[in-house]
Structure formats: structure tokens, C-alpha cells
Ligand binder design. Structure first.
Ligand code: COI
Length: 360
């Protein structure tokens, strides 16, 4: 049974005849997918219907499906963790549910009630439990997504959608593992402007970021750090994570004003830092101030926060030919402490004082 507000919807189950081999060795990120996926349809007038768990496999849909032309697509990312005592837990899944609803509203797509989203996640995790890896830093990455399936190439909000969830056993997101990454500050392209879709998780945001990513990789950098779309001056985020800096013993990060993704990990880390007595400045930080702080020794540590990236130390920043090395290209003390605390709560090795974990 699958809870839909106060009603209950049956979840159909189609058993796989071909269970896959589990991967051995390094998992990387997003290379392997579990045996089952969750699917549900939405049609105008009928709302959500036909919730089902079916064998993971290709989809067939009309070439005129609106997602292929006008990119009505949104997604989320969260993880399931196997604790030492064998429990399976999620981390703040209701925050993903709320952000998903905000993304969908912005893209004129149907929303899912929070409890329905969380139940769907729990359902697919139960069918994928044997895929949850237990190696150091490993978890089951859960990717809910929704897209427009109406076959129509006139531009309008579609009247048919699919909501799906796939799962992938993963290790570290970056090839560097939990070691410092090198970041390229982009000075030509922009990711978001106010009134746009920057605060949503929609595929289009990522498509538009790839030209800068290619440039960064050609120069030997793993990720792009975006500046604001109006002044091309203020630090926003790295597409795969929010960023934070310790400058003069204060924590500085971009405010969520519509252009930055409101990260679940971002919010959790700010909570933890406040509890530890840090002064937090959610403010516009110019790239010039950041590079200057790097050169005059005021930039103590820098890290990214994200579900996939977890806490990722930043070891180098590059902007228009100028380079700054952070924490001697080592993982800073605070960054390490944040990583240990967050992952300790997620994997259940330390007590969760915030009530963030949800047992499946
Ligand atoms: C996540 O951290 O879950 C993300 O969605 C970031 C990225 C893999 C696109």
C-alpha cells in the first residue's frame, strides 16, 4: 500500500526475471542501477494513478513528448544509508519533497504531496535494500524525477507526466574522492538570474552549465563556480554543490534568493555550524573579496556541500588567470569535522540530535 494523503493507493509490483549481478570494486557515481524502478502517471483530471514498481529498464515514449522539446523535467537527489546495526535510513527526505514541489510549481508541473513523495522513496528503497552498499563512504543514491509525456509540440504546460524513481549504489561523486577539488570561477556564462529557475532542480539548469564545465575540465579543473547573472561578480554555487568559505573565522555562503539551489546539506551544515557557535554570514561575497582573502591569508577553508558531493574540500580557486590555494591543498580541520559529523549522523555512527534521520 502506498499512502496518498488520507487515501491509499495500491502499488502494483512486477517481478524481475533477470536480477542483475551486484557490482564489485569501486562504485564511482551513477554507474550502476538497481533491479527495480518506481513509476506513476499523472493525467489532467485523473491526478496521480497507477503507482508501480517494475524491473529497471528502457522506456518507450512518443517522439513528440514535450519533455524532449521544451524540457519540462525536474528531479531530486537523496540517499539511503545502511547503519552498523543493519537499519536503513534516509536523511531529511521531506526537505527533498518540498523542494521537488517548488521546482514543479516553477515549471508548471503537477506536485506530489510531501507524504506521497516520502512513501514512494521508502517503497523503492525497500525493493532495492539488497543493493545498499556498506563500504566506507558508500550509500544508495535515490533519483526521483518527473517529466512531461504529452505528445504535442505546441508550447504549453503538458497534461500528461510520469514520476519515477531510480536508485544507484554509489561511492564518492568526484574522481578525487574526499580529497580537495580544484574549482574554476566562470567569467563568461551564467547559470541563473532572479526570476529564473536557479532555485529549482530542473534538467535545463544543468544543460546550460555544460559549456562552462567543458572549459573548466580542459584547464584541469573539476567543477565550475558560478557568479551571479547580473553583476557577474558575486559567488553563487557550484552546479553540483553549494559552497561555503571560512574567512576571518566567520562562515560565508551565498543567500538563497532565487538563484541558488536551497541544498539539504547546505541547510544541515549551517545548523551544525550555528550549534558550534560559528557566526554565519549568508551574504553576497564578491569574487574579488574571495581571491583577496585567499592571497592575504584570511581565507582559512573552503568546501562544497551537496547530497552527491557530501562535504567536498576545495583546494584551489581559479579566476581569470589568478589562482589561490586553500588550506595548502589539504582537507581543513573544520571541513573534516563537518564531514565526520554529517556522515556520522547519516550512517548512524553518532547520535542524531536533530531528528533528521528517517528509518525506512
Ligand atoms: C545531488 O547532490 O543530489 C545532485 O543532484 C547534484 C548532482 C549530482 C546533479
Amino acid at each position: 500500500m502506498f499512502r496518498k494523503e488520507d487515501k491509499f493507493m495500491e502499488v502494483q509490483f512486477v517481478e524481475s526475471k533477470n536480477l542483475k549481478e551486484k557490482p564489485t570494486g569501486a562504485l564511482g557515481f551513477g554507474k550502476y542501477y538497481t533491479d527495480y524502478m518506481f513509476v506513476m502517471d499523472w493525467d489532467a483530471g485523473q491526478e496521480w494513478h497507477d503507482a508501480r514498481v517494475v524491473p529497471y529498464g528502457p522506456l518507450e515514449f512518443d517522439p513528440a513528448s514535450m519533455v524532449l522539446h521544451y524540457a519540462q523535467e525536474t528531479f531530486e537527489g537523496l540517499k539511503a544509508y545502511r547503519t552498523k546495526d543493519g537499519k536503513v535510513q534516509l536523511f531529511r527526505p521531506e526537505m527533498n519533497a518540498k523542494r521537488f514541489a517548488n521546482s514543479n510549481k516553477r515549471l508548471s508541473m503537477p506536485t506530489l504531496p510531501v507524504d506521497m513523495f516520502v512513501e514512494a522513496v521508502k517503497t523503492i528503497v525497500k525493493y532495492s535494500e539488497d543493493w545498499i552498499p556498506t563500504g566506507e563512504g558508500e550509500s544508495l543514491y535515490i533519483r526521483p524525477f518527473m517529466f512531461a509525456t504529452e505528445a504535442a509540440i505546441g508550447v504549453h504546460a503538458a497534461s500528461h507526466y510520469k514520476f519515477m524513481i531510480i536508485c544507484s549504489p554509489v561511492g564518492a561523486y568526484y574522481a578525487e574522492g574526499v580529497n580537495p577539488v580544484k574549482i574554476y570561477v566562470e567569467d563568461e556564462y551564467v547559470r541563473a538570474t532572479k526570476g529564473g529557475t536557479g532555485f529549482t532542480k530542473c534538467g535545463g539548469n544543468y544543460a546550460g552549465s555544460l559549456a562552462a564545465q567543458v572549459k573548466a575540465e580542459e584547464l584541469g579543473y573539476s567543477q565550475v563556480l558560478w557568479l551571479d547573472g547580473v553583476h557577474r561578480k558575486y559567488i553563487e554555487e557550484v552546479g553540483s554543490m553549494n559552497v561555503m568559505f571560512e574567512i576571518d573565522n566567520k562562515i560565508v555562503t551565498a543567500p538563497c534568493e532565487g538563484t541558488v539551489l536551497p541544498g539539504v546539506t547546505r541547510d544541515s551544515i549551517l545548523h551544525i555550524l550555528k550549534d558550534w557557535g560559528y557566526e554565519i554570514e549568508e551574504r553576497h561575497l564578491s569574487v574579488d573579496e574571495l581571491m583577496e582573502a585567499g592571497h592575504n591569508g584570511k581565507l582559512q577553508e573552503a568546501w562544497g556541500t551537496g547530497t552527491a558531493a557530501v562535504i567536498s574540500p576545495i583546494g584551489e580557486l581559479y579566476y581569470k588567470g589568478d589562482k589561490v590555494t586553500v588550506s595548502d591543498f589539504k582537507t581543513g580541520e573544520l571541513t573534516q569535522k563537518l564531514y565526520d559529523t554529517l556522515t556520522g549522523i547519516q550512517w548512524g555512527t553518532i547520535e542524531d540530535p536533530y531528528g533528521w534521520t528517517v528509518v525506512v
